[in-house]
Design a protein around this ligand. Structure first.
Ligand code: ATP
Length: 411
């Protein structure tokens, strides 16, 4: 019998990681079941309840022992989930057989919008899924969505985990081994290093059990990449997850007037207010279309991307990609496509057609006169200003990229 086990909301800012729990569960299930797939599904990156990257996991298992699969799952959650931390509300969903299309629709709702625990519970019940809610049980949302996720477009992440005695201690991963791995495996792996700062991106900064995670498009290359990493501590276990990371699945085209809070949008518009730098180094500008306008922000962590944004001028046509977190609907830019750079002109004193010198004013209301040959002209001339911005797609640097954002190598 084919089972799908979806789990979410087991970690806290102080530790644990739902993917680690998934890897431990895989190893427990392996003794009596065949584990067919591990999936790591990122959901709406703008919701306020997330710990970090709003990730849920699902395991697809072939087994004849349903009850044991359930009891092993619950044991692992009870043992490992950060149940004593406020705000950690684990949920487990177990579904039998094929995935009903309504679960896939639920995944899209959880990816693009905000859904409720009641929505998840009602849908799970309708399709005969078994639910286990710990504390408030919010994790059933992610668990159900991970089971339903459409991974037609997908990437992979191989994650190496630390042994418990190292959790919370500084990570010792040899940076030169990461640079070497990056050079040897790109573009089948990506976002290993931030080119702007040289920062290693495979190691997280949180006290979670992850030692490093490498993202990529090819399972074999990822395993080879993992073997290239030199770490100053043991790897307890590793897992290769199939994931919606790096696919832009969260972004949805919409009109400016349709933007909803907590959504991730692709909007087209004309720059209506020039970029301005606000406190903290964030750059804000507005775009408008059809009588509606919205602020777009390139926040300080987006580094050099802000320099592109600063070059925008009113009248430029852009497509903005990003998440909306607050009621005021500012779009937090992930990418910017410059579609049309407006030609700009400034008025300058005319140049004498005979001797090539710049003419001077001939007095108030008298036009212009060449001091060399006396040639006259009536008015200033428009001269095109050279724009330092080219049409094209601009992305935030790797270190500021969201898990779901399609990396440059996949565009
Ligand atoms: P990590 O990435 O480290 O695993 P996290 O960022 O995934 O942590 P969680 O602890 O899983 O954070 O918390 C996210 C919570 O929000 C989960 O309970 C999940 O079920 C729920 N959730 C996910 N998507 C939505 C959504 N669209 N609407 C409402 N709740 C959601």
């Amino acid at each position: 019998m084919k089972l799908r086990i979806g789990i979410d909301d087991t970690d806290s800012k102080k530790g644990m990681c739902t993917t680690y729990l998934g890897a431990v569960l895989r190893d427990r299930l392996r003794s009596f079941a065949k584990v067919l797939e591990l999936r790591l599904v990122r959901l709406n990156p703008n919701i306020p309840w997330k710990t970090r990257g709003n990730g849920a996991v699902a395991l697809t298992v072939e087994t004849g022992d349903y009850d044991r699969a359930v009891s092993e799952t619950l044991e692992v959650v009870e043992d490992l989930a950060a149940l004593d931390v406020e705000g950690t509300n684990p949920g487990v969903v177990i579904a039998k057989g094929d995935v009903p299309s309504e679960l896939t629709s639920f995944y899209y709702n959880a990816l693009h919008g905000v859904v409720t625990i009641e929505d998840a519970a009602a849908l799970a019940e309708k399709h005969g899924c078994e639910l286990h809610m710990f504390k408030e049980g919010r994790g059933i949302i992610g668990g159900l969505a991970a089971i339903g996720a459409d991974l037609t477009d997908h990437t992979y992440e191989v994650i190496a985990y630390r042994t418990p005695e190292y959790w919370g201690r500084p990570r010792h991963v040899d940076p030169s081994s990461v640079y070497e791995m990056d050079r040897a495996t790109r573009p089948a792996t990506y976002n290993n290093v931030d080119p702007e700062t040289g920062r290693i991106l495979v190691t997280p900064r949180s006290p979670c059990p992850v030692l490093y995670g490498i993202r990529g498009t090819d399972r074999e290359v990822l395993i080879r990449a993992m073997k290239m990493i030199r770490a100053g501590e043991p790897v307890e276990r590793w897992a290769l997850y199939k994931t919606n990371q790096g696919t832009d699945a969260h972004l949805k085209p919409c009109a400016i007037e349709e933007i909803e809070p907590y959504s991730s949008v692709i909007i087209r518009g004309v720059v209506s207010e020039a970029p301005r730098v606000i406190e903290g180094g964030h750059v804000i500008f507005s775009i408008a279309e059809g009588g509606c306008s919205v602020d777009c922000a390139a926040y300080e962590p987006t580094g050099g991307f802000r320099e592109v944004v600063k070059r925008l001028c009113p009248g430029d046509v852009v497509r903005a990609y990003g998440g909306v977190t607050k009621e005021n609907k500012t779009v937090n830019l992930e990418k910017l496509e410059v579609l049309d750079v407006k030609e700009l002109f400034k008025l300058k004193n005319p140049v004498c057609p005979k001797c090539g010198k710049t003419m001077k004013s001939a007095g108030k209301g008298q036009g212009f006169r060449c001091r060399g040959c006396g040639t006259k002209a009536e008015a200033k001339e428009p001269v095109q200003i050279e724009r330092d911005l080219k049409p094209g797609l601009y992305c935030v640097p790797e270190r500021a990229m969201r898990h779901l954002s399609r990396p440059v190598v996949r565009i």
